[in-house]
Design a binder for this molecule. Structure first.
Ligand code: ATP
Length: 361
């Protein structure tokens, strides 16, 4: 079953300084029950605005949102269900735990708002704290806890209402890398135990790849591509998605008669173009760790620079007008200035004039 459905959801903001900005543009989405689904995209692309509309904190300019089959925001029918009646748990970037309340009161708060009986509140808070490894700490105040523990309070407060949907907006970005890793694992564990559907907002590609069953990449209010992390990584539909997930090289080439020639040195073939490619300018996109660098076969060039990284060695090499990065294991090393040959087993091809894409990330 589809737990979350967005149909043609649009949000515009009008301010004196910027005029009218379309933050979210005809957004269509279906998230299945029990899925962990991430929104990934650069700052300002509309991730938080979309989440806030799902939560009911932000009005829609047009479109409809359904949760568990029930209409919760439908602009042209004036349907609006307030956040507390949407069956949601939410955790945001700033931990938003109340410093003047101890852990018990922080976690009990949503149940007190719902006017649940005392005994039920005690039981449910105890269970939520146990699942978040905070049992026995009911009387402790947030200021006495680490960032990770504070974020667990926020998680416990979100799960205490038995949500069907958990909305997580960059919930780990204030934590150090090791703690982020641990908390990712804990979020997945909680999801398994409670069975809720997650929407996870992040601009961290590795976090989205690690956590999601499916994800989308968005830019300037538009969905660029939706799919599993591997689908998006292996088959990015455009240059923007390619550059946003993983590392990318973009090589400007001229296609002629099924061959890709160097830009800037039009007599030299870089690689074969895919069958049926029309003559003209194209971008050949490659991942630095997929390029085969060897001493005998392929496009002949020279090592401009060699940089040792922890898990691999990175070479900078010139191909026509572009400098490419090539990453390989620490063996059969090339020296700076040495001749080398490149093969490109699985390039992707994009129009040379594609708008809105960053060169490298
Ligand atoms: P970040 O990763 O930095 O949080 P985001 O992808 O979540 O960014 P949003 O916060 O959704 O992006 O913002 C999308 C666009 O809408 C931006 O251009 C932003 O300036 C604009 N915007 C968001 N909220 C408002 C508001 N209350 N008033 C005016 N403009 C807004």
């Amino acid at each position: 079953m589809d737990q979350i459905v967005l149909e043609n959801v649009t949000k515009t903001f009008t301010t004196k300084a910027l005029g009218t900005v379309t933050a979210v543009d005809r957004f269509n989405l279906k998230v299945k029950e029990g899925e962990c689904f991430s929104f990934l995209g650069p700052s300002g692309c509309g991730k938080t605005t979309t989440l806030r509309m799902i939560a009911g904190f932000e009005d829609l300019s047009s479109g409809s949102i359904y949760l568990g089959g029930k209409a919760v925001s439908v602009k042209d029918k004036n349907i609006y269900v307030p956040p507390e009646d949407r069956g949601l748990g939410m955790v945001f970037q700033a931990f938003a735990v109340w410093p003047h309340m101890n852990i018990f009161d922080n976690v009990a708060f949503p149940l007190k708002v719902q006017k649940r009986p005392e005994a039920e509140i005690r039981e449910r808070v105890a269970l939520a704290l146990k699942h978040c490894s905070l049992d026995g700490m009911e009387k402790v105040f947030p200021s006495d806890l680490s960032g990770g523990q504070q974020q667990r309070i926020a998680l416990a407060r979100a799960i205490v209402v038995n949500p069907k949907v958990m909305l997580l907006d960059e919930p780990l970005s204030n934590l150090d890398p090791q703690l982020r890793e641990t908390m990712r694992f804990e979020i997945k564990k909680l999801q398994k135990e409670f069975g809720f559907t997650i929407i996870f907002v992040t601009h961290d590609q590795s976090e989205a790849m690690a956590l999601s069953d499916r994800m989308l990449v968005m830019d300037m209010g538009n969905i660029q591509q939706t799919g599993t992390p591997l689908e998006l990584y292996n088959n990015p539909k455009n240059r923007f998605v390619h550059s946003f997930l993983g590392q990318s090289n973009f090589t400007h080439v001229k296609i002629k008669g099924g061959k890709a020639y160097c830009q800037g040195d039009s007599s030299r073939v870089v690689w074969d173009a895919p069958a049926g490619t029309k003559d003209g300018e194209m971008l050949m996109a490659t991942r630095p760790n997929t390029i085969d660098i060897n001493r005998t076969e392929g496009f002949c060039t020279k090592i401009i620079k060699r940089v040792f990284r922890t898990d691999f060695v990175e070479y900078l090499v010139q191909v026509g007008d572009d400098v490419l990065r090539v990453q390989t294991p620490h063996r059969n090393l090339f020296s700076e200035g040495e001749e080398c040959f490149l093969r490109f087993p699985s390039p992707m091809w994009y129009p040379a004039q594609e708008e809105g894409a960053d060169e490298e990330r």
